[in-house]
Design a protein around this ligand. Structure first.
Ligand code: NDP
Ligand code: HSE
Length: 435
């Protein structure tokens, strides 16, 4: 074993970084044996230098992350600051000064992954980011390496721990949305700005990364259709229950049947309670991958939090250090298919639409006609009068579940429904998946 240590710069020492530092210290001997050389924490960049950081030599702390990555003796930079800048500049500077990079930064990778890969390649360095998608669950490396000989057609799953935690709490314990979000934040699952979680940006970033790797193309976060969970109501969850379903925030990436394009989307959806994703609780994540030869694979595990995410970071650290020692690099970006990303309107799925309608003769026929005119076939209809609404002339709640139809046709249907005098409101629209 080489005795001269490999030097590691840690950028960020928050929820994830502090766990990375802890494991690097407590598992130092095992890591050295697995790598073939000891790894030494050479510096830790933070924003607030006076904060007490247990187990970290205060002499290692710096607020000058740029100087740290420019030192020239750093072998690996671990970036767990998050966000676009200064993370992007620090990573490219690290490559220029001889370091490989391990990052958990999905927002940056989904925004600018191609440029980062190009920068790594031009400098002959590694860029690894297993922790960027689904916490501890190995997904990036299985897709990049284990499935590199197969043809992946679909990736579907729960990739955001915070929103799964919130929806699970709302469903099982009747907790309120804000209360559940506060709990997820306290547990270290949520992003620095939890809007990224609840509005679906975090899951969209992960979907972009997964779609790019799975289909050997490039998908940027802006090309992912995104809807968060802020509009999901207790009534939606109760309605899902009545249908034998639950509500989950799903990320779905698909290769078109003709193989000439892909779609990537993130939105809440009803899934049957019998579907394996329905039993994914708390901040756990689960992802199905469908491939030509492999068939269906399921990956499941903790999707957020310090220790699980640090596990993925440390796995990458070992791989990158091994590559350094053997003077090689791991697989770079594989985006040769350059498949276009189709708009959401072309996605075909089922829908659950909840309407508030006038409770009088002919309304059901009017509503059914609108669906028929847009070519959207109805599967089931459930109508219930509202006894409390007699003073408004009588109102009923109408729940329509459709067969599979293009998203554009559903949007046109909803637009036409809103124009009917007898439709007092469209209470909710939710896709139905996993059947
Ligand atoms: P935190 O907010 O807990 O930690 C961020 C760290 O970065 C802090 O130590 C902060 O310093 C430091 N920092 C912020 N700005 C700067 C700067 N300009 N220069 C130097 N240091 C800076 O975030 P997390 O640990 O939760 O997340 C880090 C990354 O990991 C993000 O990309 C996130 O998306 C990703 N991730 C997080 C997961 C999780 O469950 N939390 C799971 C998977 C990925 P200070 O301590 O002084 O404030
Ligand atoms: N905020 C993210 C989540 C962290 O809740 O899933 C893990 O990427």
């Amino acid at each position: 074993m080489r005795t001269r240590p490999l030097k590691v710069a840690l950028l960020g020492c928050g929820v994830v970084g502090s766990e990375v530092a802890r494991i690097m210290t407590t598992h130092a001997d095992d890591l050295a044996a697995r790598i073939g050389a000891p790894v030494e924490l050479a510096g830790v960049a933070v924003r607030r230098p006076s904060k007490v950081r247990e187990g970290i030599d205060p002499a290692l702390i710096t607020t000058d992350a740029t100087a740290l990555v420019k030192r020239g003796d750093i072998d690996v930079v671990i970036e767990v600051i998050g966000g676009i800048e200064p993370a992007r500049t620090l990573i490219t500077t690290a490559f220029e000064h001889g370091a490989s990079v391990v990052s958990a930064n999905k927002a940056l990778l989904a925004e600018d992954g191609a440029a980062l890969h190009a920068a790594a390649e031009s400098q002959g360095r590694d860029l690894y980011y297993e922790a960027a998608v689904a916490g501890a669950i190995p997904l990036v490396r299985p897709l990049r390496e284990s499935l590199a000989g197969d043809k992946v057609n679909r990736v579907l799953g729960i990739v955001n721990g915070t929103t799964n935690f919130i929806l699970d709490r709302m469903d099982t314990s009747g907790a309120g949305y804000s209360e559940a979000l506060d709990e997820a934040t306290a547990l270290g699952y949520a992003e620095a700005d939890p809007t990224a979680d609840v509005e679906g940006f975090d899951a969209a970033a992960k979907a972009a990364i997964l779609a790019g790797i799975a289909f050997h193309t490039r998908v940027r976060i802006g090309e992912v259709h995104r809807e968060g969970i802020t509009e999901v109501t207790a009534a939606d969850i109760a309605s899902a229950r009545r249908m034998g379903c639950t509500v989950k925030l799903l990320a779905i990436c698909e290769r078109a049947a003709d193989g000439n394009s892909v779609t990537a989307r993130v939105h809440p959806a009803m899934i049957p309670l019998s579907h394996p994703l329905a039993s994914v609780r708390e901040a756990y994540n689960a992802v199905f991958i469908e491939a030509d030869a492999a068939g269906q694979l399921m990956f499941y595990g903790p999707g957020a939090g310090g220790p699980p995410t640090a596990s993925a970071v440390l796995g990458d650290l070992v791989a990158v250090c091994r590559n350094k020692l053997s003077e090689t690099t791991g697989p770079g970006e594989s985006a040769y298919t350059r498949l276009p990303v189709s708009p959401m309107g072309e996605v075909v799925t089922r829908y659950h639409i909840s309407l508030d309608v006038a409770d009088k003769p002919g309304v059901l026929a009017q509503v059914a006609t609108v669906f028929a005119e847009q070519g959207v076939s109805i599967d089931t209809v459930r109508q219930q009068s509202r006894p409390d609404s007699q003073e408004t002339g009588g109102e009923a709640s109408l729940v329509v579940v459709t067969h599979r139809a293009p998203d554009a046709a559903l949007s046109a249907t909803v637009e036409a429904l809103r124009k009917l005098d007898t439709v007092r409101g469209v209470a909710s629209i939710m896709r139905v998946e996993g059947e």
